[in-house]
Design a protein around this ligand. Structure first.
Ligand code: GLA
Length: 383
């Protein structure tokens, strides 16, 4: 059923507004956002779309079209929904908006999400940002998208218990059509860079590994880099985050680190250096250099940060051996999820077939490939 008709059926009235917020890819700068580093995400055509109307009550009713399930969220006791599977992200956003002083009104919301869940394309950020936008629209509040990104991250950290950085929510809220965002996660200063890959196309593939333990492993990595920062401060007292260290300053100080902690910090410091080079390369249209940096990013995530695992490695390496592909790496938190690959125009269909077959042979099940483009992060349309 078409979404407008479904809304009518579920809520017994027509929607008055439609809004969407996007999922994202990240060209480079992985696992550095929570270390004050720079990242280069871009918002996708895959998005969370919400149809909405005010309902004149104290309840926000959130319906998921894929689950055929509604959660009823009482605006007067919004702290009560942390245990929900569906509705938790929306409750978290309501909670932080209320704390920040945004008045909210009861409304009916229908969600359709084309960002695959648990895929490293930030479905949760898309849900959060779309919710923040729609709630403010329903209440007639003035709001800024950058602020909505910050509050959405706060919801995920404080309400949902995921200690994520700012990259996903920022990309979802602030993304622009055919632009990558170069975002400094320490200051939140940002610039847009044309997403122009010359003779290459970006292909997004999902390794379809069943989701497991991502949150605990993610939080474990955050603990490790905080430990590294503490130790490195004994040599460089002026630093406030790992991204403050140049590779040279890191090399002078790394004797205070041991084992895995040293590897984790090395990933962050060198990944930050790669982002700088990658931004220059993208601006200059030097796609070959960008490709080398993307490959180096994956190798570092695999060997030093250890967040890839068998499936993302199999998918990225199968891509890289395939004709026409000059770069491939996992994106997002890792332990599964998606890769991005740069593939010569005209060779993408053959690429998908060849990589799909190699991946199936390596892991025993299929990867998925998505038709993606870089689109505006947020859209709002009155019905
Ligand atoms: C997840 C988090 C982001 C970021 C990436 C890794 O997507 O939500 O904040 O840390 O992992 O780069």
């Amino acid at each position: 059923m078409e979404q407008a008709a479904l809304f009518q059926k579920v809520f017994g009235a027509a929607h008055t507004l439609e809004a969407s917020a996007a999922g994202r890819i990240n060209l480079i700068g992985e696992h550095v956002d929570y270390c004050g580093g720079k990242v280069m995400p871009a918002s996708l055509n895959l998005c969370c779309r919400v149809l909405a109307r005010r309902n004149g009550t104290n309840f926000v009713n959130v319906y998921a079209d894929d689950l055929d399930e509604t959660a009823r969220l009482d605006l007067t006791r919004i702290g009560d929904y942390k245990g929900l599977h569906w509705g938790k992200y929306q409750a978290g956003v309501i909670s932080v908006l209320q704390q920040a002083g945004y008045p909210l009104v009861g409304c009916d919301l229908l969600y359709s999400c084309s960002v695959p869940f648990g895929s490293g394309l930030s479905s949760s950020a898309a849900i959060e940002v779309a919710t923040a936008v729609v709630l403010n629209e329903m209440a007639g509040n003035a709001y800024e998208l950058k602020e909505m990104a910050i509050l959405s991250q706060k919801a995920e950290n404080e309400y949902c218990g995921v200690n994520c950085g700012i990259m996903d929510q920022f990309a979802s809220a602030m993304g622009k059509k055919d632009r990558a965002i170069l975002l400094d996660c320490k200051t939140l200063a940002y610039e847009y860079i044309p997403f122009e890959l010359g003779n290459y196309e970006l292909i997004v593939a999902n390794c379809n590994k069943p989701h497991a333990l991502v949150t605990s492993k993610y939080n474990e990595r955050r603990g490790e880099v905080e430990e590294a920062l503490k130790l490195l401060k004994s040599v460089h007292p002026a630093i406030s985050c790992l991204a403050d260290l140049t590779p040279q300053a890191f090399e002078e100080a790394k004797h205070v680190l041991h084992g895995k902690i040293a590897d984790r910090a090395a990933h962050v410091v060198y990944e930050c250096a790669r982002v700088k080079e990658a931004a220059e390369a993208l601006k200059a249209g030097d796609i070959q250099t960008l490709a080398k940096l993307i490959n180096a990013s994956h190798d570092s995530l695999s060997k030093l940060y250890e967040v890839t695992g068998k499936e993302p490695d199999a998918l990225a390496y199968a891509a890289r051996e395939t004709e026409g592909c000059i770069a491939s790496r996992m994106i997002g938190a890792g332990f599964g999820g998606c890769t991005i690959s740069l593939v010569e125009k005209g060779k993408t269909e053959a690429f998908k077939a060849a990589v799909g077959a190699k991946y199936r042979a390596a892991v025993g099940y299929d990867a998925s490939f998505y038709d993606t483009s870089i689109q505006d992060g947020v859209t709002v349309k009155k019905a």
